[in-house]
Design a protein around this ligand. Structure first.
Ligand code: URA
Length: 308
């Protein structure tokens, strides 16, 4: 085997073992970092109080919005008092020279602090674009924030963008997205009627599963999106999304079709249900009948909520 082939095989081994992001050329003493005093956790809920939160902008957060890079420092539509606030970031001590952070509790705390300060979806998108606590942003091409109107009655949450979504900066535009569009149309809606996002807004390298830490760091931002959109019905696309957002432990075939309430704080809650991920349906078309049942139930829930 040539040296080049050997190195290539070694790289393949690293990637398949999950070491897919270069962090730093100097070793980092993780024991020394772990010995530092823990960062105080917030005792209050990680969700921003809804009372007193300014009404969310009803402007669409469409494909163009989602794909647009962060405005350089200025919030687009804000008057003087809306000048960009500094985004909560993990402490500098855990940020390496390459800009990567050592993921830990600090990043989760910083994400909660950053997400709760956003009063509109646009502000949240810009906050997320400036948030440095998740290393996935270093390997992804785009921030894939969301697609759809901010006042949608129906919201879908997937796991993480794939290659097509990363290239376009829009969630669910690849093969899975095309199937999702058809499923949405099958219940009499169109893609433009619904709000679509993911738990993790950056593509993990090689489409690997986001790590539990990456998911925890990104979660406050998707929870804040749910609060700001306040859909009448929320659909988790796949087990990863359902588990991350509800804390459920069961597999998706047990979870799907079971309605639950997603608490919003202050006693408020949104009707939520999990269904099979379109990527799973592409691999297992025979299971489409289960997803169809879930979509019919979603249509009914939307109808009965409208009637009520
Ligand atoms: N799969 C997801 O979970 N999200 C996307 O945006 C695309 C595919």
């Amino acid at each position: 085997m040539s040296v080049a082939a050997g190195l290539e095989a070694l790289l393949d081994f690293y990637v398949s073992a999950g070491a897919d992001a270069w962090l730093e050329s100097e070793p980092v003493d993780a024991f020394a970092l772990a010995a530092r005093p823990p960062v105080a956790r917030h005792s209050a809920s990680n969700r921003a109080p809804l009372d007193g939160t300014p009404a969310p902008s009803r402007a669409a957060v469409g494909q163009d919005d989602a794909a647009r890079p962060a405005a350089s420092g200025r919030l687009r539509d804000g008057p003087a008092q809306d000048r960009p606030r500094p985004v909560a970031q993990p402490p500098a001590a855990v940020t390496t020279a390459s800009g990567a952070v050592l993921p830990g509790d600090e990043a989760v705390v910083a994400a909660r602090d950053a997400a709760r300060t956003a009063a509109t979806l646009e502000e949240l998108r810009e906050t997320l674009a400036r948030f440095e606590g998740c290393n996935l942003r270093l390997t992804a091409k785009s921030l894939v924030f969301a697609d759809g109107p901010a006042n949608a009655s129906l919201m879908f949450v997937g796991e993480a963008p794939g290659r097509d979504e990363d290239l376009r900066g829009v969630p669910f535009v690849g093969r899975s997205g095309q199937l999702l569009d058809r499923m949405i149309e099958a219940i009499g809606l169109s893609r433009g009627d619904v709000y679509i996002t993911n738990v993790v807004p950056w593509r993990p390298p090689g489409n690997r599963t986001p790590s539990p830490q990456e998911t925890e760091i990104c979660k406050p931002f998707v929870l804040r999106q749910i609060e700001l959109v306040r859909p009448r019905v929320l659909v988790f696309l796949g087990g990863a999304s359902a588990k991350a957002l509800t804390g459920a432990q069961e597999g998706i075939l047990r979870l799907r079709g079971r309605w639950t309430q997603m608490p919003l704080g202050e006693g408020d809650a949104i009707k939520a249900v999990a269904t099979l991920h379109p990527a799973y349906l592409l691999r297992n078309p025979v299971q489409k009948r289960l997803a169809w049942r879930d979509f019919l139930a979603v249509r009914e829930a939307l109808g009965s909520l409208q009637a009520g």
